[in-house]
Design a protein around this ligand. Structure first.
Ligand code: ZN
Length: 131
């Protein structure tokens, strides 16, 4: 999930572009296998970089915190993040590298980690038993 945004830098601030995410799966450090479904992202040029927003449906795999059964967890990740060019000094932002590549994966990884449940419970058994 790497996007070349060089053409956007020749446009004026406020220029918008839509990009599509193709469905894909890969292993994310600290999460495991992540399935990403098709999604559309909105890119807006800012004075310091590119603002990325959109909703990305993902599936992750966790264990039930009660019975340890495997759970397929469906999540809707709402992305809202400014990617800065590398010459802008900022500590907590994601960056666009010198080749004008916007790399979405580390950002998506962080959003999944923030949003995934700490103690997931499987619906089949544990949620029904309510113990
Ligand atoms: Zn369970």
């Amino acid at each position: 999930m790497i996007y070349n945004v060089s053409e956007m830098f020749s446009q004026s601030i406020g220029f918008t572009k839509k990009v599509n995410i193709k469905s894909n799966s890969s292993f994310y450090e600290g999460i495991g296998k992540v399935l990403v479904s098709e999604a559309e992202l909105n890119l807006i040029k800012t004075d310091n970089g590119i603002w990325v927003s959109g909703e990305i449906p993902v599936f992750i795999y966790m264990e039930c915190s009660r019975c340890l059964n495997k759970i397929d967890l469906s999540m809707q990740i709402v992305l809202n993040e400014e990617f800065l060019t590398e010459n802008v000094k900022a500590e907590d932002n994601f960056t666009i590298d010198d080749d004008n590549h916007l790399r979405l994966e580390s950002c998506l990884r962080e959003y999944i980690i923030i949003n995934k449940p700490l103690k997931p419970i499987c619906i089949k058994k544990c949620k029904l038993m309510n113990y």
